[in-house]
Design a protein around this ligand. Structure first.
Ligand code: NAP
Length: 349
């Protein structure tokens, strides 16, 4: 990696963007060079917190005026596509928050342009960088539970935040609530089962407790299966409290059970565990680092610095982002049609 710090342009300085800013500014190999925030209020907050950064109201102006290595896009989901295209056209790598975009064609357009420009796209599935959720992948890859046949990723939590100007409760701008949090679980389950190839079929259910927004599901469950018979269940309720996530994986030899609990998703004091059974003995796995999205975000920024330096690929690639988005969209369609749907052909890329 070069001695010069990697120059980040951060687009979006909202609830999650501010955590991105902290993680970038806290990494000595990175420089938070510029921040884009449309409202006067957010720009003032960004200027106060990061006086060394240049602050802009609009990404086009930033891309025209500042030399940057990577653009970190943490804006409402319906704005990801145009910002990603502009950043790639300006010759910058991307850290693009999930969902990559709201439509499969848009994810494909981002991947295609990045390939043409020989630029990298990292998608914000930071759970792949978690000490806890990645430990499960390591156990699977080491063959400790045999061949994985069943994965459950489940979350009980409090309702989503509104987001700036209420975008997260507006179907036109959020796209779908499945694209908000279950998208991470689709990615995680697909990662754990990657030895089985690509999923082939998906069936989903969802319901809402608010008749004003029937298409934004408070309760959501989906099952998807592979050609070899293994399958995954992704399930979430938002009609609850706090933040409690479970992962269970069973294989031909043994099983893994992991849990994470916090009063909030971004707590710095969560409780968590991983238990593994190799078919003979049950063990509590000791983790080397805290587990939680704030810790994972720091790892994600560190990984992006290596990615820009050519030392590592993204933890979740554009193709992974396309798949996680695609599984969410097929799930939405499955709920509408009330039947299982094939996924493979739709998502081939
Ligand atoms: N990976 C994860 O775990 C994770 C966690 C949370 C969120 N996310 C994703 O991150 C994104 C942002 O979520 P959030 O919770 O931070 O939302 P948020 O709190 O509503 O913040 C969004 C920010 O984007 C700014 N913005 C809106 N349109 C913009 C544009 N065209 N250009 C530049 N900035 C713009 C808003 O600026 P103003 O304040 O000036 O209006 C706001 O500050 C979403 O895609 C979400 O799905 C991912």
């Amino acid at each position: 990696m070069s001695q010069n710090p990697v120059r980040f342009g951060l687009v979006g300085f909202g609830a999650w963007g501010q955590f991105h800013a902290q993680s970038i500014a806290g990494n000595p190999a990175a420089q938070l060079t510029a921040i884009v925030a449309p409202s006067d209020e957010s720009r003032a907050a960004a200027a106060k917190a990061y006086p060394q950064a240049r602050i802009f109201a609009e990404h086009g102006q930033m891309l025209a005026e500042v030399k940057l290595d990577i653009i970190d896009i943490v804006t409402p989901s319906h704005t990801h596509l145009p910002i990603a295209i502009a950043a790639l056209n300006a010759g910058c790598h991307l850290l693009l928050e999930k969902p990559m975009a709201l439509r499969i064609e848009d994810c494909q357009a981002i991947i295609k342009l990045a390939q043409e420009r020989r630029l990298q796209v990292a998608v914000g599935h930071e759970m792949r960088l978690s000490s806890q959720w990645s430990e499960i992948k390591r156990l699977i890859d080491r063959g400790v539970i045999g061949q994985p046949q069943y994965v459950l990723v489940e979350l009980l939590r409090k309702p989503y935040r509104q987001g700036a100007s209420g975008w997260r409760y507006d179907a036109g701008r959020v796209g779908s609530w499945v694209l908000e949090e279950p998208i991470h679980f689709f990615d995680l389950a697909r990662w754990y089962l990657e030895g089985a190839g690509d999923p082939v079929e998906l069936y989903a259910y969802g319901n809402s407790r608010d008749p004003q927004r029937p298409q934004l599901y408070d309760n959501f469950s989906a099952m998807f299966r592979y050609a070899n018979g293994s399958y995954a269940v992704v399930s979430q309720t938002l009609a609850a409290f706090e933040h409690h996530q479970t992962v269970k994986v069973s294989g031909t030899k043994g099983a893994i059970w992991a849990g994470w609990s916090g009063a909030l998703d971004r707590t710095l004091e969560p409780s968590y565990f991983v238990k593994v059974f190799d078919g003979q003995k049950l063990e509590d796995v000791q983790l080397k680092q805290h587990s939680g999205e704030v810790f994972e975000l720091r790892e994600e920024i560190a990984r992006c610095i290596k990615m820009v330096g050519g030392e590592a690929g993204p933890a979740a690639t554009g193709r992974d982002g396309l798949w996680s988005t695609g599984l969410c969209l097929v799930a939405e369609e499955s709920i509408r049609q009330q039947r299982p749907l094939p996924v493979g052909e739709m998502l081939k890329f």
